[in-house]
Design a protein. Structure first.
Length: 217
């Protein structure tokens, strides 16, 4: 179990908190459906446009090096959205075998074409895969969207379907200011803690993989 930031190449964004200050319960409700409004609607309800721009390529290279990924290895992305990371893993490591799961029929329907056949609709806490079927299981900014019991179960599921590596990234905060920023910004998270709280949950779920935090600046 290592605390390691494999998204260190991912652009750090100063989030426009003001744009979200108006987020009313209604907008949170819309965001939590993880439909078109969340991905490609306006910024008050989610991403404000979730487009492919190649930013995952560097993350894919980092994962390749860190885990020694090779052609033939199997990788699962839990909460894969439109499959951008999986697409880029295939660019970086031709011959790698990918799978993705997401609760959003919209995102899967809009996924990059080459990975769409490998994506399934489902929930992180009930992965439709056999025990130990992947060399690497990744989940980025997804399991905090489940309530505490289901979040714990989702972490257990990552452990179950992996035969080697796991990488989990979740929303967290290191300071009180970051906690306030997070609470002003976030629309969909149901379970969130400072790092120590997450580490306790990882231990309770029997998680042995790597992890890192997404912090709202
Ligand atoms: C913040 S987005 C992250 C997407 C992608 N991993 C990334 O980092 O760009 C959260 C994703 O989690 C998905 N999601 C939410 N609840 C989920 C669940 N119970 N099971 C699987 N995916 C879920 C959403 O549809 C969305 O694609």
């Amino acid at each position: 179990m290592r605390e390691v930031n494999l998204l260190d190449s991912y652009p750090r964004i100063k989030r426009p908190l003001r744009e979200r200050e108006q987020a009313r319960p209604r907008q949170r409700e819309v965001a939590r459906r993880f439909g078109r409004e969340y991905f490609d609607g306006d910024r008050t309800q989610g991403y404000g446009g979730y487009y492919y721009d190649g930013r995952w390529l560097a993350v894919a290279r980092r994962m390749q090096e860190f885990y020694g990924l090779m052609p033939g290895h199997r990788v699962l992305d839990v909460g894969c959205a439109k499959g951008f990371l999986l697409h880029d893993l295939r660019q970086v490591i031709p011959g790698i075998r990918v799978a993705g799961l997401d609760i959003s029929a919209y995102a899967i329907g809009q996924a990059i074409e080459d990975v769409r056949p490998f994506l399934v609709l489902g929930s992180a806490d009930r992965l439709p895969f056999a025990d130990r079927s992947f060399d690497l299981v990744v989940s980025i900014n997804t399991v905090h969207n489940l309530d505490l019991d289901r979040c714990k179960q989702a972490i257990r599921e990552m452990e179950r379907v992996s035969r080697a590596y796991k990488y989990l990234q979740v929303d967290s905060f290191l300071t009180e200011e970051q906690r306030e920023n997070f609470e002003r910004w976030q629309l969909t998270a149901l379970t969130y803690f400072p790092p120590d709280g997450w580490r306790r949950l990882f231990a309770a779920a029997g998680y042995t993989g790597d992890y890192y935090w997404t912090v709202t600046e």
